[in-house]
Design a protein around this ligand. Structure first.
Ligand code: PEP
Length: 237
C-alpha cells in the first residue's frame, strides 16, 4: 500500500469544497492524508480523514498576525503539515532556516512534517539533483533532536515537474529515492517514508506504482478533482 497526500493549495472555493466532500466521504482512510486550505480543515473533521496543513508558522502561538501556529493546528486535530514546499520557497522567500524551525516546532508538538525537497530544471540539467536534494534535507534537519527525525515524511518533488505534466523516468525516481533513504539511514539512523511528488495523475499512476521503493505520492492539482483522486487512492491500496 502506498500513502497518498493531497495538497489542494489555494484552488478550491467553498462550493467546490462542498461537492468535493460529497464525493470523497467514503474514501479508504488508511492510506490518505488531505491537506486542504486551512480555512476548510474543520469542514472535513466529521469524515474521519487524516488531515494536514500546507504550511505553519515558524513562531510560537502569540502576536503573529495572519499566521497559524503549530499549537493551533494541533488543537483542531491536525497531525501533519507540509513544510519547505517549493512554492513557499520561491514565492514567499522561505529559507532553509525557516523550514528547519517549522520542522522543529512540528516535531516538538508531536506532529509529522512532510518535508519537500527537489531540484530546479537548471540544477537537473547540470546533474546536481542528488547534491541539491541531500543538501536540502541536511539543511532542514541538522541539529534537530535525532530521536524525533524518524517521524518526518520526505517528499521528493522536482520543481520542474510540479504542475507541468512532465515527470522524471521511473529509474530516475528510483535512484534519487534510494539516495535519500540511504542518506537518512547513514546520517541519522532513520527509515523515513519517501514520497514522489510532481504531476502525479490517473494517467501515470500505474507506471509510477511500479517503483517499489517509493512509499507514496504528494499530489497537487489532481487532488482537487475528487473522482481522479479517488481513482489514484484505489490504485495505491
Ligand atoms: C505539489 O505542488 O506538491 C504538487 C505535487 O503539485 P502537482 O501534483 O500539481 O504537480
Amino acid at each position: 500500500m502506498k500513502l497518498v497526500i493531497g495538497n489542494q493549495k489555494s484552488y478550491l472555493e467553498k462550493k467546490e469544497i462542498d461537492s468535493f466532500k460529497q464525493v470523497i466521504k467514503d474514501v479508504n482512510k488508511d492510506n490518505f492524508i488531505l491537506c486542504p486550505s486551512s480555512i476548510y480543515l474543520n469542514e472535513f473533521s466529521d469524515l474521519g480523514l487524516l488531515l494536514g496543513c500546507q504550511n505553519v508558522s515558524k513562531y510560537d502561538k502569540g502576536a503573529t498576525t495572519g499566521e497559524l501556529s503549530c499549537e493551533q493546528i494541533k488543537s483542531i486535530g491536525v497531525n501533519f503539515c507540509i513544510v519547505g514546499h517549493s512554492e513557499r520557497r520561491q514565492l514567499f522567500n522561505e529559507t532553509i532556516e525557516d523550514t528547519k524551525l517549522k520542522v522543529s516546532k512540528l516535531l516538538e508538538n508531536c506532529m509529522t512534517p512532510i518535508l519537500c525537497v527537489g531540484e530546479t530544471k537548471e540544477e537537473r540539467d547540470n546533474l546536481k539533483t542528488r547534491e541539491i536534494v541531500l543538501n536540502e534535507i541536511e539543511g532542514a534537519l541538522d541539529g534537530l533532536n535525532e530521536e524525533l527525525l524518524n517521524n518526518i515524511i520526505i517528499a521528493y518533488e522536482p520543481i520542474w515537474s510540479i504542475g507541468t505534466g512532465v515527470i522524471p523516468s521511473n529509474p530516475e525516481i528510483e535512484e534519487i529515492t534510494k539516495a535519500i533513504k540511504e542518506f537518512l539511514y547513514k546520517k541519522y539512523n532513520c527509515n523515513n517514508k519517501v514520497l514522489y511528488g510532481g504531476s502525479v495523475s490517473c494517467k501515470n499512476i500505474d507506471e509510477l506504482n511500479l517503483i517499489d521503493i517509493v512509499d507514496g505520492y504528494l499530489i497537487g492539482g489532481a487532488s482537487t478533482k475528487a473522482n481522479e483522486l479517488i481513482e489514484i487512492i484505489k490504485k495505491c491500496e
